[in-house]
Design a protein around this ligand. Structure first.
Ligand code: PLP
Length: 399
């Protein structure tokens, strides 16, 4: 059986991925010999400058935008925070209303809450249906002449549901046109590379966030697409980098790695989409056929090709994860960011799961190296784990 170096069946690619060799190789020179500061004028520095601008071009080819419409950031969180703060502040005199959804990543939700608490903004958190699709009638009813930004994720990091961004964009743009105003649209596309089309013109959006460590690039790196003409107040100031939209000496190796990783994952997208969704469907039907009271969460068809998310009634998700870990299988109880907290996930609450069912959840996210043998091993081991845990006395049935 083919396993990776750690003898691990890694099913947590939505949390992070390894850096692939091709990416590591292009990054290396900028961590060693080619260390010049891209803002300086001598040759070694110009090498760094060239590397950054070449990376910007590679990325613009994937996103179908101008290179100047991309800024490099420290990852998804910064790109999301920036999208909210920079556009909200720049348009404050026009209006102080933002629309987002109740299942966004906390990098969006907490930034919105900060604006509500400290700057008197009002924010509408759109509900979703029981498969995680944003309620479009609510969107229509929440738009006001004061709305300046709508931020809806392309695909959810926990349950994998893909949002109808084009429809959302049409609704928002039609409203804006009828009211003689402009409303920006941001999408958090952090979970999308390798699975969904990232063409910003086809998506018809103004801002888009990406995070490199989700697509076999380096951690602590990401980017933000900002359509030309978008009102934007920089958050990071103190230098002229990134055309004054994000001050600070650039992470050259990270930027070069990000561009290479995005280019590769996009060029392989169609191949891996089919391979991964076939394996995911094998995993889903295998689990639903062999484990009683297993519930698949998220949308049946509009879901990321690598996402399988289940609740196993009556057992704590954490216990399942620990048992899987003992068998060399890495999975997650939710998003990496909330799994350390005991609070049930806001996403699972929003799709209507009870606290108890939400706590019994396990997310398995496949990657480009996931094999059929690995999936079959999980399908052999997981039913036994669930049966064993279900047969164990719990505090509530002992008392
Ligand atoms: N947005 C989504 C949808 C995510 O899944 C994540 C990370 O899990 C983030 C934002 C934050 O990205 P980063 O880890 O690069 O800060």
């Amino acid at each position: 059986m083919e396993m990776n170096k750690q003898n691990l069946i890694y099913l947590d690619h939505a949390s992070t991925t390894y850096i692939r060799n091709e990416v590591y190789e292009v990054m290396k020179p900028y961590l060693t010999d080619d260390y010049g500061n891209p803002s300086s004028i001598y040759s070694i520095a110009q090498k760094s400058r060239y590397a950054i601008e070449h990376s910007r071009e590679q990325i613009s080819n994937v996103l179908n935008c101008r290179p100047s419409e991309i800024i490099f950031t420290s990852g998804g969180t910064e790109s999301d925070n920036t999208s909210i703060y920079s556009t909200a502040i720049a348009q404050m005199s026009k209006g102080k209303h933002i629309i987002t959804s109740s299942i966004e990543h906390h990098a969006i939700l907490n930034a919105c809450e900060f604006l509500e608490e400290n700057f008197d903004f009002s924010v509408s958190y759109l509900p979703v249906d029981n498969q995680g699709i944003v309620d479009l009638d609510s969107l229509r009813s929440q738009l006001t002449p004061e709305t300046t930004l709508v931020s809806i994720m392309l695909a959810n990091n926990e349950i994998g549901t893909i949002q109808p961004i084009n429809e959302i964009s049409k609704i928002v743009k039609a409203y804006a046109e009828n009211h003689n105003t402009t409303i920006l649209i941001h999408t958090d596309a952090v979970q999308a590379p390798g699975y969904l089309n990232l063409d910003v013109k086809e998506l018809d959006i103004d801002l888009l966030s990406l995070s490199s460590h989700k697509f076999y690039g380096p951690k602590g790196c990401g980017l933000l697409y900002i359509k030309r003409g978008t009102p934007f107040s920089p958050i990071y100031v103190g230098g002229n980098q990134e055309r004054q939209r994000r001050a600070g000496t650039e992470n050259v190796s990270g930027i070069v790695g990000t561009a290479k990783a995005l280019e590769l994952v996009e060029s392989e997208r169609i191949y891996y989409l089919e391979k991964t969704s076939n394996l995911r469907d094998r995993l889903i039907s295998g689990i639903l056929n062999t484990i009683e009271n297993a519930k698949l969460n998220g949308h049946l068809s509009n879901r990321l090709a690598n996402n399988a998310h289940f609740s196993f009634q009556g057992i704590e998700g954490e216990s399942i994860l620990l048992s899987l870990d003992l068998e060399g299988i890495a999975a997650s109880s939710g998003s990496a960011c909330t799994s350390a907290s005991l609070e049930p996930s806001h996403v699972l609450k929003a799709i209507g799961l009870t606290e108890e069912v939400a706590q019994s959840s396990v997310r398995m996210t496949l990657g480009k190296n996931t094999t059929k043998e690995e999936i079959d091993l999980v399908l052999d081991i997981l039913p036994k784990i669930i049966a064993r845990l279900r047969s164990m006395p719990t505090l509530s049935n002992v008392l």
